[in-house]
Design a protein around this ligand. Structure first.
Ligand code: CAA
Ligand code: NAD
Length: 295
């Protein structure tokens, strides 16, 4: 049984809020940190809304919701994470931002604290090497939406100790997730296969194989995927997908990982998907419609 009792989650965006929710629901004292109060309130509000909806649907007891919220607190101060047994970093997919953050956390955290990153594509080894605890550094890669998706990729670097890996693996199980072991290759298992597929859908659209809606419908109904590639891109966030593609292209130097010109332009124009209200689809009406950028 893991000795982890208090978990610090850094970032309360799409992923951080889901990770904080599942940690609190599993009974861990959980503190989540954002850069400012507005973003923190948005993230915590989304957690409350999701739990309330589950109660309304009769899928969750009101007492369980209250117990989860009772285990969860939010902060804008990194110092409030100084006594955590496990830190899960879930901030923007940018190596410099992550290394800056990890340096501060490393200096203030007790020796036993395990550090982990939810990175989609960055090198876990590089993050571990930016701290004085590379042996206590591991990748914990959750999937969106975290409360629903069962998988966690547990990423071991050449420096990760067996004890750290085992405890991270057990921790993922204690959240009710199914962990799989991965080596520290950019994209691990899932994104190594999924990201080229999503990028290829965009290239296919650029080449005229079909409309956005028809490609989505074809992949959904023709393969049984729950979402077509453009709906999924908007769901992941086109800013995040763009960062991931740049990082994976840099790692593998293969065209299939390169961000297509359209993705780059949508990123630059602020069409980041659901989180900004517009991506491949426009979410401002009752039902999503194809957005003006790709008409
Ligand atoms: N947060 C929490 N719960 C959510 C949710 C969210 N954002 N969205 C949906 N749910 C829950 C609903 O509450 C519902 O729960 P119940 O069955 O208990 O009522 C359940 O999920 C199903 O939801 P819906 O009926 O509304 O919708 P759906 O059947 O279409 O399922 C979905 C929604 C689970 C998101 C499904 O469409 C799906 O699996 N999509 C694919 C998601 C995917 O591929 N994720 C991986 C992305 S890649 C990644 O994460 C890695 C990376 O590094 C980029
Ligand atoms: P997001 O943009 O929704 O959220 C990131 C949040 O981190 C923002 O709210 C930002 O304000 C906050 N932040 C930035 N610097 C911070 C700091 N120093 N301290 C606290 N908060 C800080 O992004 P996301 O989709 O949640 O992605 C977060 C991480 O998870 C990335 O590494 C991403 O690659 C990875 N990931 C994303 C997905 C996905 O589907 N979006 C899936 C798995 C993993």
């Amino acid at each position: 049984m893991s000795s982890i009792q208090k978990v610090g989650v850094v970032g309360c965006g799409l992923m951080g809020r889901g990770i904080a929710q599942v940690c609190a629901a599993a009974g861990y004292d959980t503190v989540v940190r954002e850069v400012n109060q507005d973003l923190l309130d948005t993230g915590l509000g989304a957690i409350r809304k999701q739990l309330d909806r589950a109660v309304e649907k009769g899928k969750l007891e009101a007492e369980v919701r209250d117990a989860t919220l009772g285990k969860l607190s939010g902060t804008v101060s990194l110092e409030d994470l100084a006594d955590c047994d496990l830190i899960i970093e879930a901030i923007v997919e940018n190596i410099e931002a992550k290394k800056d953050l990890l340096g501060v956390l490393d200096r203030q955290s007790p020796e036993h604290t395990i550090f982990s990153s939810n990175t989609s594509s960055l090198t876990v080894t590089e993050m571990g090497a930016a701290t004085d605890r590379p042996d206590r550094f591991v990748g914990l890669h959750f999937f969106n939406p975290v409360p629903v998706m069962k998988l966690v990729e547990v990423v071991r670097t050449g420096s990760t100790s067996q004890d750290t890996f085992d405890r991270a693996f057990e921790f993922a199980k204690s959240l009710g997730k199914v962990p799989v072991a991965c080596r520290d290759n950019s994209g691990f298992i899932v994104n190594r296969l999924l990201v080229p597929y999503m990028l290829d859908a965009i290239r296919g659209f650029e080449e005229g194989i079909g409309s956005i809606e028809d490609i989505d419908t074809a992949m959904k109904l023709g393969t049984g995927y729950p979402m077509g590639p453009f709906v999924l891109g908007d769901f992941v966030g086109l800013d995040t997908l763009y960062y991931i593609a740049e990082i994976m292209f840099d790692e593998y130097r293969e065209k299939r990982f390169a961000p297509p010109p359209l993705l780059k332009r949508m990123y630059l124009a602020g069409y980041h998907g659901r989180k900004t209200g517009k991506g491949f689809y426009d979410y401002s009406g009752d039902e999503p419609v194809v957005s003006d950028f790709v008409l």
